[in-house]
Design a protein around this ligand. Structure first.
Ligand code: NI
Length: 137
């Protein structure tokens, strides 16, 4: 078993808030990320898959294939988008780093499985200091 890591990048806007809370309470809980007029982050997305190298190619998976899957099913849907308004798979979720990472996992996991390998980790870096890692349920 070997782990293969692909790093990608996207920019997106968001606002962390609960509608039923006042702006003051939202700011108290979510800080700057509750700014009512939105703001953006430069996200680094690191996807790790695992499997055994093919005797034929030496690859766990062709990185081009993995990159295309991430692009089609994640990056094209989130890059330069508003995570609260534009992204179908985030509907109903507060777009915290945690929730975005889980949603990305849910997008990728079945597709990676179809290729005969397994998704190991979705790591999402919202800033250099704020990072989440999701390994599935
Ligand atoms: Ni934010």
């Amino acid at each position: 078993m070997i782990y293969l890591v692909r790093k990608e990048h996207f920019n997106a806007a968001h606002r962390l808030f609960r509608e039923e809370w006042s702006n003051e309470k939202n700011e108290e809980i979510f800080g700057k990320c509750s700014n009512p007029n939105w703001h953006g982050h430069n996200y680094d997305l690191i996807v790790t898959v695992k499997g055994d190298p093919s005797p034929e190619t030496g690859f766990v998976i062709n990185l081009r294939t993995l990159s295309e899957i991430i692009k089609e099913h994640v990056l094209n849907k989130v890059d330069h988008k508003n995570m609260n308004l534009d992204v179908e798979f985030m509907k109903g979720y507060i777009p915290t780093t945690e929730n975005i990472a889980i949603a990305i996992w849910d997008q990728l996991e079945p597709l990676v499985k179809e290729l005969g390998i397994r998704l190991h980790c979705v790591r999402l870096e919202e800033t250099e200091k704020n990072v989440v890692e999701y390994f599935g349920k």
